[in-house]
Write a protein of this length. Structure first.
Length: 468
């Protein structure tokens, strides 16, 4: 459903998807399944040329379900679980071991294995930091899913449903492929660049969702009460210990990336979502009158600390204060004591100021209360009418922290029209003045709605307008 004329649905961005979960019955049922494959079931040639790298490509999916009665005709259960395990190559390329110029075999990068071996050895001996391997490693994608459901026929007029959904997923990834990379040429792994393994990270998604639904009905009315709580925990897990991100270029293109993944330093997003809804429908002749209310509360915590271990995309000292090098020669002169131009650079000093200091993060809590009244009326056998009124009250439970730079900066991007800049800045307070920040209820949003559905295959609906 992309947009609804029904008052019980608030406006939303994107699509609203309704799903139905299988339930237990008076008979016990069980099922199990599995599927798997590996690299022996996949090809290793491209246009007739064999790829040099031959990594593991295993995949396993397995699941089972079981359902039945806990009390015949009264209480039923349904449980389904599934796991997925995937191994993919961390890189489809290997380092060059012979001549590293000209046309190389498919799957061979211009990056020299001897050079990367030397860099790894020097990072360990000089800085006590192991960047990890640069080839031959695997990235894993794993997830565990579980759904459990209880259905209770309380009496002939009332049914109660309780549902729990669980997800635990993890995916290994290389460093971000292009943002703030050397000359915007990307970080690979590809034919020109091979990052070290510890420059990557794992993204984790944990979900627990609980839902309770009570349906009551009689000859003259029906009532639906729904309550849910969704707990999302998304966070990145870097492979590296605290260390600056080091970008090394060569011939104007990224050669390798060493150190911490820059966008994964205490990168956390926690979300808690509560929802309460009650719809009371009254049947009067051909009319179905519905009066209802909906309350939603959202709580977010977001932490993102990109420059905690240095502003990596700036050139290294003495040119600037970052950790990006425009050539291999420049980089080796800073880490290799045998280099004639050796000028040591203490990368650990980039991390020391951040040790023991708190991470940045923001807590935000908002909500929305909606009340509505609607009527559904079949005007004829081929025309159904829906019309009503919904009023929503946005709620703010957190006072935002004022950031004068975000509201007063005059953007200079040539792609942004100057008229848009003037219009956007005109409604903002002048620099140095704190924007008002308060909690509580905001202005109500009233949305009259009407819709019509004609025939069995053609339907149309529209909003009748919105007023504040």
């Amino acid at each position: 459903m992309m947009r609804s004329s029904r008052c019980r649905s608030r406006w939303f961005t994107g699509a609203n998807v309704n799903t139905v979960t299988k339930s237990g019955t008076n008979e016990f049922h069980g099922s199990a399944y599995t599927f798997g494959r590996n690299e022996n079931l996949l090809g290793n040639t491209v246009r007739g040329s064999q790829i040099v790298a031959t990594p593991s490509l295993s995949y396993l999916q397995a699941g089972a379900s079981f359902s039945g009665p806990l009390s015949r005709d009264k209480l039923f259960f349904f449980v389904n679980g599934e796991i997925e395990r995937t191994d993919n190559p961390g890189s489809d390329f290997v380092a060059c071991t012979t001549t590293c110029t000209g046309t190389l075999p498919l799957g061979v990068s211009r990056v020299s294995a001897d050079t990367l071996d030397k860099i790894r050895s020097l990072m360990i001996s000089d800085y006590g930091y192991d960047p990890g391997p640069y080839q031959g490693y695997l990235h894993h994608t794993d997830n565990d899913k579980l759904i459990a459901k209880l259905d209770w026929n309380v009496n002939p007029s009332n049914t109660l449903t309780l549902r729990w959904d669980y997800l635990k997923a993890k995916r290994d990834l290389p460093p971000h492929p292009f943002v703030l990379s050397f000359n915007n040429t990307g970080r690979g792994p590809n034919a020109t660049s091979l990052p070290f393994y510890n420059s990557g990270y794992a993204i984790n998604n944990h979900l627990n969702s609980f839902a309770l639904e009570l349906n009551s009905r009689s000859r003259g009315f029906a009532n639906r009460f729904f309550a849910s709580y969704n707990r999302f925990r998304d966070f990145r897990q870097p492979f590296s210990k605290p260390f600056p991100t080091i970008e090394v270029g060569d011939n104007s293109v990224t050669y390798t990336t060493i150190g911490h993944e820059p966008f994964s330093i205490h990168n956390i997003l926690d979300q808690d979502v509560w929802q309460l809804t009650n719809n009371f429908s009254l049947f009067r002749g051909k009319h179905v009158l519905t009066v209802g209310a909906n309350f939603e509360a959202f709580s977010f915590f977001n932490s993102f600390n990109i420059f905690r271990y240095g502003v990596f995309f700036f050139p290294a000292p003495p040119v600037s204060f970052g950790s990006t090098f425009s050539s291999l020669g420049d980089f080796m002169s800073r880490i290799d004591p045998t280099n004639p131009g050796y000028t040591p650079l203490d990368f650990n000093s980039y991390v020391t100021p951040a040790l023991g200091t708190p991470y940045k993060g923001e807590d935000i809590s908002i909500g929305q209360l909606g009340v509505y009244l609607q009527d559904e009326y079949p005007a004829s056998e081929r025309l159904n009418l829906t019309y009503g009124l919904r009023v929503d009250f946005p709620l703010y439970f957190t006072s935002p922290v004022d950031n004068p730079y975000s509201r007063c900066r005059r953007w200079t991007n040539s792609e942004i029209r100057q008229s848009w800049i003037r219009a956007s800045c005109r409604v903002r307070p002048p620099c140095g003045r704190r924007a008002s920040a308060s909690t509580g209820m905001s202005r109500a949003i009233a949305a009259p709605r009407c819709g019509a559905a004609a025939g069995s295959s053609r339907a149309a609906s529209r909003s009748c307008g919105t007023a504040t």
